[in-house]
Each structure stands twice: as structure tokens, then as C-alpha cells.
Design a protein around this ligand. Structure first.
Ligand code: NAG
Ligand code: NAG
Ligand code: NAG
Ligand code: NAG
Length: 433
């Protein structure tokens, strides 16, 4: 990139950043996407993220009131914003992230759609905000990684081991109740039973949290009571983490029982509802916990775009390629109900080792280092890497017709209102071009 190209690039970055955060959705349609070459790629995404931070200093704060204004602020081809261009009457206006689906469903272009025609923000390992690692198991993991020293796990204090395990395995700052209020409508709930007390089912990822499945279901039910027009997906796969798990897998009878006990029967949707217009219903689709369950489960086509890479750029590129080369259409079997893509990194053994070493070395720092600077050094830290992967993913979506048209469930780490808005915006770009 030459020096003279810079001012234009920076202007474009400002535009891209503003577009990705300011919900003047209709403006997207008029915006000629700025094409960038590979050299500029890194620069663009890092910078736009920084701008996002400046513009949205609250970070992942809760957004209660979100308006899509009726006047747009962009004029085609100009490099600055100007007010006053009228847009069509029927561009959706969303009043709150708690009711975004209910709001969208009021519009005539959206009302007749099926749920698998909508872009839906979701959370990978939803609601998992901490884990309680067992010291012995952490030692086992360190040993597995060849990291154990004479003094056990480097003689590190237990609190510090706790911090490392949480950095590798915990993807969220927000609870399920908060994720729902922030717009999340797909929840991947990984659960396991306490070996010593099998009646207790907790959210888990290799280790157990103390966040109970029953309390989580009760929160979801309460949310639907307040917002009955919203449609939620609850995926309950077993906890099959790469490092093994200290919990027991949960028999489907126990999951069925909790669902029937904590979720109002009127909210439990059947597979048949998938073909009904979204404007006619609200509730929950369940999926993944077992074939013999008494709950009529839907089928999610997912996992296929998993990159198994710890590099955010590879993850995004793989997803984009997968959709753009049509591979997702050819996938067998085709009898699925919803599509899911997973723009999150998967730590490999090597990067987990690097991460442990890096975070161990940096233990003297209390404050987390800016992920945009150190993502490459702490590649397996789920939350910080997601702060790079999520904006990068949405920037790719906004530049890709195919992604804009076909995305359905988008499963993210580090869920927050900012990335929820970006997923919801895809629907406006798709149906109000
Ligand atoms: C969930 O189960 C625990 C333990 O059995 C119980 O104390 C708690 O009240 C239950 N939560 C709800 C919402 O009923
Ligand atoms: C879901 O589908 C079933 C079976 O077709 C139907 O009885 C039910 O009313 C539908 N639920 C909603 C909430 O529309
Ligand atoms: C489901 O039930 C059938 C019939 O009882 C049984 O043969 C099968 O093993 C069960 N499947 C699972 C995964 O438990
Ligand atoms: C399409 O992209 C995916 C993901 O990168 C890749 O695995 C697949 O081989 C590609 N297929 C074709 C036909 O190029």
C-alpha cells in the first residue's frame, strides 16, 4: 500500500466502521462496498474495531432502545455523511433487542418468512461465564500438554490456574438471561451432571460451573413470558470438550423432565412449526440432546464450517469460501431445518500451550492486554479472540452477497449487543435492499 492511498483508505475505514455500528440499515443498500486487497485487510479490520470502541465505549453494554431512523445519512458515492435522504416507509424499526423479532415480524416483507430465512444471532456455550476447575484435572491437562514442572503446574497458585482454565474455555461475559435481552436467539447449552450429585445439571465445558440448567430454563421461560413473540433455539449437545470432561453426560429423560417442568408447554415448538410464517408464533425449538427424547427436536446443520483453527482470519475465510463456493448446498444429508455457522476459533493443542505459557508469563498484569495486539500471542483465549473474529466476520458479511442472503444462525463467542445488532442488520440488508 502506498502513502497516497492512505487518506482514502482511512475515509473508507470510517465509513465501514460507521456502517457496521450505526443502525442506519437502509444506508447499507446505497453504499458501494469498498474493495480492499490483502495487504489492507488486516489494517482495515484492526482500525475499524478501534473506531468501534471509540464510538461505543460501553462495549457490550445493554442496549434498551434501538431505533432504525427513517431518514438516512449517506449519499451514494460521497465520502461523508449528509442528512436528509428519505427512505421507503416500510423499513423495519426495531424498538428493543428484547423484541427484535416481534418488531421485524410486523413488516409485510418479513411476516410471511420462515424462521430459517432469517439471520439469527446466537451464542456458543451460551451463558458460560466461569468454570470451577478441579486442581487435579488441571494438572492432568498440563501433563497432557507436557507443561508440568517438578513443582506441579509450575508451582502456580490455584487462583492463577483458575484464571488460565477460564481464559481457554469460557467464552462469555454475559448470562443466558442477558444474552436474550441483548438479542441472542440461539443458545448452545452444554451441560453435564455433577458426578457426586447426579440430580444437579450444570452448564459445563470440560469443568462444571455452578450455573444450573433448571435456573437457565426458568430464565428463558420468563423471557418468553415477557416477550412471547420471540423465537428461540435451544441446542443441548453433551459437553464433549477436547480436554475431556469432569462431569457425567446427562440422560435425555432428565433433560426432558427439566424442559417440561421449567418451560411452559405453550412455548415448546414442534418441527412442523418451521414451515409456518414467523408472524404466527413464538416459542422455543429444541435440538441435539437425544434421538429418543419426547421433545420433537429440529435438525441443525452445523459444524460443517468449523475451521479447527485458532486464526480468526482463517476461520472467516473458510466460512466465506464454504458459502460462496456453494459447498453448503451440496452437504448431505439435506434434511435439516436450520443452518448454523460458527465464526469462532477452535484452539489447537499447540495454541493452548502457547496461551498457557503466555498468560503464565503475563500473570503479573492485572489488566487484560488489548486483544487486537495480542490475539496472535494468546490465540486460544476465547473471549479476546472473539473480539477480533466477530467484527472481522461481519465486515466479510457486509461485503458478500452470498453471506448476506444465506446466513441463518450465527453462533458466536463473546456475545454482546454490538454483535447482535450486526447479525440483525443482515435481515434488513437482505429484505430491504
Ligand atoms: C433448581 O434446582 C435447585 C436444586 O435442586 C433448586 O434449589 C432451585 O430452586 C431450582 N431452580 C428453580 C428456578 O426452580
Ligand atoms: C406449531 O405447530 C403445531 C402443529 O402443526 C400447531 O398445533 C401449533 O399451533 C404450532 N404452534 C404455534 C405456536 O403456532
Ligand atoms: C432409542 O430407543 C430405541 C428403542 O427403545 C433403542 O433401541 C435405542 O438404542 C435408543 N437410542 C438411544 C440413542 O438411546
Ligand atoms: C469450498 O470451501 C470449503 C471451505 O473452505 C472447502 O472445504 C471446499 O473444499 C470448497 N469446495 C470447492 C468445491 O471448492
Amino acid at each position: 500500500m502506498t502513502q497516497t492511498a492512505k487518506p482514502q483508505l482511512i475515509t473508507s475505514i470510517v465509513i465501514v466502521a460507521l456502517f457496521t455500528i450505526v443502525p442506519t440499515i437502509e444506508a447499507h443498500a446505497r453504499f458501494q462496498p469498498y474493495t480492499i486487497d490483502d495487504d489492507e485487510f488486516n489494517y482495515l479490520d484492526f482500525s475499524s474495531y478501534e473506531l468501534l470502541q471509540v464510538m461505543n465505549p460501553q462495549g457490550y453494554g445493554k442496549v434498551n432502545e434501538l431505533f432504525f431512523p427513517k431518514t438516512t445519512m449517506i449519499s451514494p458515492g460521497s465520502s461523508y455523511f449528509e442528512p436528509g435522504i428519505n427512505v421507503e416507509e416500510d423499513v423495519p424499526k426495531i424498538t428493543s433487542l428484547s423484541t427484535w423479532m416481534t418488531d421485524l415480524k410486523k413488516y409485510k416483507k418479513i411476516a410471511p418468512l420462515k424462521i430459517n430465512q432469517i439471520a439469527i444471532p446466537g451464542a456458543h456455550h451460551a451463558g458460560l461465564t466461569y468454570l470451577l476447575p478441579l486442581f487435579e484435572s488441571v494438572q492432568k491437562i498440563f501433563r497432557q500438554f507436557g507443561l508440568e514442572s517438578d513443582s506441579g503446574t509450575f508451582g502456580l497458585p490455584k487462583e492463577y490456574l483458575f484464571k488460565i482454565v477460564n481464559s481457554l474455555l469460557v467464552p462469555h461475559h454475559h448470562s443466558v438471561a442477558q444474552i436474550l435481552e441483548q438479542g441472542g436467539r440461539y443458545l448452545d447449552l452444554r451441560v453435564a451432571r455433577d458426578i457426586n450429585d447426579p440430580q444437579q445439571i450444570y452448564l459445563a465445558h470440560c469443568f462444571l460451573s455452578k450455573i444450573r440448567l433448571n435456573d437457565t430454563l426458568a430464565d428463558i421461560n420468563e423471557f418468553l413470558n415477557k416477550n412471547p413473540g420471540e423465537i428461540i433455539f435451544i441446542d443441548i449437545p453433551g459437553d464433549d470438550g477436547p480436554l475431556g470432561t469432569v462431569g457425567d453426560s446427562v440422560p435425555h429423560q432428565q433433560i426432558d423432565h427439566q424442559i417440561r417442568k421449567y418451560i411452559d408447554s405453550k412455548f415448546i415448538l414442534s418441527r412442523k412449526n418451521i414451515s409456518q410464517p414467523i408472524s404466527t408464533y413464538g416459542g422455543i425449538y429444541f435440538s441435539s440432546f437425544e434421538v429418543n427424547s419426547t421433545i420433537d427436536q429440529i435438525k441443525i446443520k452445523g459444524g460443517w464450517s468449523m475451521t479447527h483453527s485458532d486464526n480468526p482470519y482463517d476461520v472467516i475465510q473458510n466460512i466465506q469460501e464454504y458459502y460462496e463456493n456453494g459447498s453448503y448446498l451440496k452437504q448431505e444429508p439435506l434434511d435439516y431445518d436450520v443452518l448454523k455457522c460458527d465464526p469462532y476459533i477452535t484452539g489447537t493443542k499447540d495454541t493452548m500451550i502457547q496461551t498457557i505459557k503466555y498468560e503464565t508469563l503475563l500473570q503479573k498484569y492485572d489488566q487484560p492486554v488489548d486483544p487486537l495486539i495480542n490475539a496472535r500471542f494468546i490465540p486460544a483465549n476465547l473471549k479476546s479472540t472473539a473480539q477480533l473474529t466477530n467484527p472481522l466476520f461481519y465486515n466479510s458479511v457486509y461485503r458478500s452477497k452470498v453471506l448476506t442472503q444465506v446466513l441463518n444462525i450465527i453462533e458466536m463467542d463473546d456475545f454482546n449487543s454490538g454483535n447482535a445488532i450486526r447479525a440483525i442488520e443482515i435481515n434488513i440488508n437482505r429484505y430491504y435492499p
